[in-house]
Design a protein. Structure first.
Length: 435
């Protein structure tokens, strides 16, 4: 089968972006399918052009059997009008570029944002291909629950209309969140259309050394995590329990809670716990200022590392940290790449979220505390520091076994293929819930 995926923010493991479609694609490519991922060459995470030379409008590269098509989009820094312009450019560019390629069997439009999904629908109409809607983020519900949009405002109403239209047109709607089926059915999507295919972890051996990133021409480059690993090792040698967070420092992540928890530990007389925060995002500067105000020398901030380097960094930590703000949309559950990476590393997870269920609770692979509570997070860290190393290893091993059993990428790729292969069933009418 020839499968196209429109995912604005997709990336192979040489960057800090999500690799869901690369991982799914390389499993499917190994089974003889053709997978093409259309992504922006401008990185949302580094806020710079990463794939194209100044003269290029687009470029194509095949990585581990997955063809990536990168299109140029304009730069931006925050979440204002320039980011909206970037999204619009992505949709327009992929529509133009896809005409140069052979016709696919199916086109998957993957949200974060809905213009990418609309572009996938239109391309599918033009190329007479099946259209599938992959719901990674619930737009506009996430923006409403975070306070970025008013529920009855015009932008939210327009986004709801687009969301309903895309669900109606799709032969299948893939959701990543365990509770998203309830949300989608309330929006009028019939149950037979909804397929649950969460994120997961590779259970095929990764090509080459997973600790080494791949440069733009395919060569191994110097390990960008080497200095970070050296710093972590020095902290552990000095007797610190090292607890690490690797991921976005965005509004929903609540990384400030980790910094405040580190301050609580210092106040309570637990100076031998060090926190390592790896990544970037619009809240990072505020977190650094918070650490500075508290005079914290037990918090280390570090820039993003490529996905290939993440396992090597996780291997050096004693504990991994996962946190989210207490936002209503998380009632539909989580499917976080970094959480699965944490569990696969065999390190215990301190899980600070009010989302129901979740792999940490189900696996017993860590400690769960309420969201946005520095005191509870500090207590959780103190408790993990009080454990013996063997107790932490047994806890981490429970999580590792669970995530490989339930979220291996080979089984998820089979489920993804089944979803995109499903023919449309028009006989059951869709009752739309009006915004």
């Amino acid at each position: 089968m020839r499968i196209w995926i429109f995912n604005h923010y997709a990336a192979p493991p040489d960057g800090a972006a999500g690799t869901r479609h690369y991982e799914l694609g390389r499993v499917l490519a190994a089974k003889g399918h053709e997978v093409t991922v259309f992504a922006s060459s401008f990185s949302h995470f580094s806020r710079r052009e990463e794939r194209l030379t100044p003269r290029q409008k687009m470029a194509t590269r095949t990585i581990d059997g997955v063809r990536f098509v990168w299109v140029r989009t304009p730069p931006y820094t925050g979440n204002g009008h320039r980011r909206v312009l970037n999204m619009a450019h992505y949709a327009a560019r992929v529509l133009a570029v896809q005409l140069r390629l052979n016709r696919p069997d199916v086109i998957v439009g993957s949200s974060v944002h809905l213009p990418a999904v609309l572009a996938a629908w239109l391309a599918a109409r033009v190329r007479r291909a099946r259209f599938v809607f992959e719901v990674r983020d619930l737009w506009p519900q996430t923006l409403i629950d975070m306070g970025a949009l008013r529920a009855n405002g015009l932008p939210a109403r327009l986004l709801r209309l687009v969301e309903s239209f895309c669900c109606r047109q799709a032969s299948a709607v893939i959701c990543l969140l365990p509770g998203a089926s309830d949300y989608l059915q309330a929006r009028g999507v019939p149950a037979h259309k909804i397929r649950y295919v969460p994120n997961g972890i590779p259970d095929l051996p990764p090509p080459g050394d997973p600790s080494l990133p791949v440069g733009p021409d395919g060569e191994d480059s110097a390990d960008p995590a080497a200095d970070l690993i050296d710093r972590i090792r020095r902290l552990r040698k000095d007797g610190f329990l090292t607890a690490g967070y690797i991921g976005s420092h965005g509004p929903a992540n609540g990384v400030a809670t980790i910094v405040a928890a580190a301050a609580e530990l210092r106040t309570a007389g637990h100076p031998r716990v060090a926190v390592v925060l790896v990544g970037d995002g619009q809240e990072k500067a505020a977190c650094q200022q918070l650490a500075l105000r508290h005079g914290l020398d037990n918090v280390l901030f570090w820039p993003p590392v490529p996905k290939r380097a993440v396992p090597a960094v996780l291997a050096e930590l004693d504990v991994t940290l996962f946190c989210l703000r207490d936002i209503a949309v998380f009632k539909y559950g989580l499917s976080s790449n970094k959480l699965f990476d944490y569990l696969a590393s065999g390190k215990p997870v301190l899980f600070a979220s009010n989302a129901p269920g979740g792999p940490v609770r189900e696996s017993g692979g860590g400690v769960c505390v309420p969201a946005e509570s520095p005191a509870d997070m500090a207590a959780g860290l103190a408790g993990l520091a009080a454990m013996s190393r063997s107790e932490r290893e047994r806890m981490g091993e429970r999580g590792r076994r669970w995530v490989y059993r339930h979220h291996g990428m080979t089984a998820l790729a089979d489920a993804f293929l089944d979803a995109v292969s499903a023919p449309a069933r028009r006989e059951e009418p869709v009752t739309e819930v009006r915004p």
